[in-house]
Design a protein around this ligand. Structure first.
Ligand code: GUN
Length: 294
């Protein structure tokens, strides 16, 4: 069994990007510039946003954190998005989700200019991904694909079973695994809460991607010996022994599943760290587009 070390790969990506930024600056180009919009004081969101801003600093990007109180109106937020869409020295931006319930997330996502949508959430980017056109890929699916690529895990003709059909993980990763080329060319099955015989389907999988958000859902009796298991779960479960009061739990019963696998991602330290690396990669792509380098 080999552990897929997302933390290590994300550090490699960051050092590659850092070197690329230095080259850009030497050549008289502008540093990539990412803005992150946060609304309210959700603990998880504040942590993620702080990590994104820190990652930008680390690789030499410019970053701007834009904070609104939870009572900001939808109109005020849309006005800020309009401003950011037009800001010439800004390559990309994201609006951290979830948003307070009085704000329509769909409306906000649609308002972001697709060429600045480094989250890859806008329907134009989702549609382009489905057509196999250049686009911004959303962070988690892109991170999973990058891990498979960097570990040179064979995917062609393999049966990839995805558990979960969310718009941000299950469905896009299914599209990417089925697309022509590498990583891809897999035969894909999407399972969800209404799937019958889920255990039997998983038993036929060469690659399992678990993205349903139920700690320990994938058990050893569901996994074929030699399978590759990618665990996307990051559920916070209370843990009094931690300073934070919680720990992150994956969707896979790691202790019993890991010995069966050829490769497996741990939680934490697997897919999670890759998401920020993906955002940084998208921001670099946006910066090159803005400065006509692509
Ligand atoms: N909330 C949790 N993950 C994400 C993400 O990737 N992007 C945004 N904008 N919000 C999130």
């Amino acid at each position: 069994m080999q552990l897929i070390d997302g933390k290590l790969v994300s550090q490699q990506i960051r050092s590659e990007l850092k070197a690329e930024v230095e080259r850009m600056v030497e050549q008289g180009m502008r540093r990539p510039h990412l803005a992150v919009v946060i609304v309210g004081h959700d603990g998880g969101s504040e942590t993620y946003v702080a990590a994104k801003v820190k990652a930008c600093e680390e690789v030499g990007y410019r970053s701007t954190r834009i904070a609104f109180e939870a009572d900001v109106t939808e109109e005020q937020l849309l006005q800020k998005i309009d401003e950011l869409n037009r800001q010439a020295d800004l390559d990309g931006f994201i609006v951290q989700l979830p948003l307070p319930s009085h704000i329509d997330e769909q409306k906000i996502t649609l308002a972001i200019a697709p060429e600045k949508d480094v989250d890859g959430f806008h329907p134009v980017n989702v549609g382009r991904m489905n057509l196999g056109l250049p686009c911004f890929l959303s962070a988690t699916p892109a991170g999973i694909i990058e891990l498979l690529r960097r570990y040179q895990i064979p995917t062609q003709g393999k049966h990839c079973v995805i558990i979960g059909r969310s718009n941000i993980v299950g469905r896009p990763v299914a599209t990417l695994m089925a697309q022509k080329g590498y990583p891809g060319d897999a035969t894909v099955t999407i399972c969800h809460s209404r799937t019958q015989n889920l255990k039997q389907i998983c038993q036929t999988a060469d690659i399992i991607i678990a993205a349903l958000g139920r700690p320990g859902f994938v058990t050893s009796d569901m996994v074929k010996p030699g399978a590759v298991v990618i665990d996307v779960g990051t559920t916070r479960v209370p843990d009094a022994t931690r300073k934070s009061g919680f720990r992150l739990a994956g969707d896979v019963d790691f202790e019993h599943v890991a010995p069966l696998c050829s490769y497996i991602t741990p939680v934490p330290g697997g897919v999670g760290p890759m998401t920020i690396a993906s955002l940084l990669l998208n921001t670099m792509q946006a910066a090159k587009q803005t400065q006509n380098l692509l």
